[in-house]
Design a protein around this ligand. Structure first.
Ligand SMILES: [Zn+2]
Length: 348
């Protein structure tokens, strides 16, 4: 019997529908539980056709205006990146900033971790999701890895790293200009800690890595997308966010020890997900790569990435993170993972 359980709890909702002359309707819903953490999501198939009511269409005129207005004051643009962004102290990084291709890494002005670098990914102030080319993403991730290796050399307490992205305002970005961030900390932040703790507990019980078992379990099923190098891409059974995809590194838990090929392969996968989001009409996204330093006491853990789409941009858009997500920590499934995965498979 499989060690991994994909739990579904069926529900029924009954009511009289005013749109159908108050005829009685019965809706069959489903609660799903994440097989590692038990986190719930809920799927109501009747909502699928109502996705437009939730996400609307991005408004091109509004986006154009926001891009134009924000560009004037953007301190990641042109020469301003030199004059307007912070530098590391000389004892930590003598050159002040790190560069890889167009990517430029510098400290966050308002740190949320012991080490909190930001990478401005490119010269362009705005990119459509189809413009996030793999080499552009790889330059940014490579800069982060170079920085992480420097931190590792100097700071034994730097164990946990999360490489994250917010793109555009609905995803929480304060700047339009494409950028990513990294938090390196001596304690993992809540979700990261739960992921590592649960993987370690699974390993202690089964003597196998949860995510390796998950990949094996999912590989021939409807939620598996594709393998790219040592990364396995899937649509999670019980997602944490909208249109979520996840990739698992086959062997490593440490972003700092990935090879340059691993980073190129990961970047390719991210670009494919963003290209699918673009074709679904989305423009805003978040991602997080979860990493722990090799030798940390979380045996059986793996480096993974989770990537989700966010609300579209139109005047007075509604937030897609409401009580369900923020206070019940439950995600609403609009497109079931089993239907999402085949769509991404076509993009690989
Ligand atoms: Zn800019």
């Amino acid at each position: 019997m499989s060690k991994i359980r994909f739990q579904r709890i069926p529900l029924e909702a009954r009511f009289h529908n005013p749109l159908r002359d108050f005829a009685e309707e019965r809706h069959e819903l489903e609660i799903r539980k994440d097989p590692l953490l038990g986190d719930t999501s809920v799927y109501n198939p009747y909502l699928k056709d109502k996705a437009k009511a939730f996400f609307g269409d991005s408004n091109p005129d509004l986006i154009h205006r926001l891009v134009e207005e924000s560009e004037k004051a953007c301190f990641f643009c042109g020469e301003k990146v030199e004059k307007g962004t912070p530098r590391f102290t000389a004892d930590f990084l003598p050159q002040g900033r790190l560069r890889v291709g167009e990517a430029i890494l510098f400290p966050n002005l308002f740190s949320l971790g012991m080490h909190h670098p930001v990478v401005c990914l490119c010269k362009a102030h705005f990119l459509p999701l189809s413009g996030f080319h793999p080499d552009l993403i790889a330059n940014g991730l490579t800069a982060m890895q170079k920085f992480l290796k420097i931190v590792y050399e100097r700071d034994a307490s730097a164990v946990f790293a999360a490489i994250t992205a917010n793109y555009l305002f609905p995803a929480g970005a304060s700047l339009v200009h494409p950028h990513i961030q990294m938090l390196v900390t001596p304690a993992p932040y809540s979700y990261h800690g739960r992921l590592l703790g649960a993987q370690h507990a699974y390993y202690a019980k089964n003597r196998t890595a949860f995510f390796s078992d998950l990949v094996r379990e999912e590989m021939n099923g409807p939620r598996y997308v594709a393998g790219k190098g040592l990364w396995h891409w899937m649509a999670p059974f019980s997602p944490l966010g909208c249109n979520e995809f996840m990739a698992v590194h086959e062997t490593s838990v440490d972003f700092g020890s990935l090879t340059s090929m691993d980073i190129i392969d990961l970047s390719y996968g991210i670009s494919r997900v963003l290209s699918l989001y673009a074709s679904l009409g989305h423009l805003s996204f978040n991602f997080a790569v979860y990493s722990a330093r090799e030798g940390s006491p979380f045996t059986g853990s793996r480096c993974i990435i989770k990537i989700i789409s966010r609300q579209n941009l139109y005047p007075n858009y509604r937030n897609d993170d409401y009580f369900l997500q923020k206070l019940l920590q439950t995600e609403l499934i609009i497109i079931p993972p089993e239907e999402l995965a085949p769509r991404l498979r076509e993009c690989f």
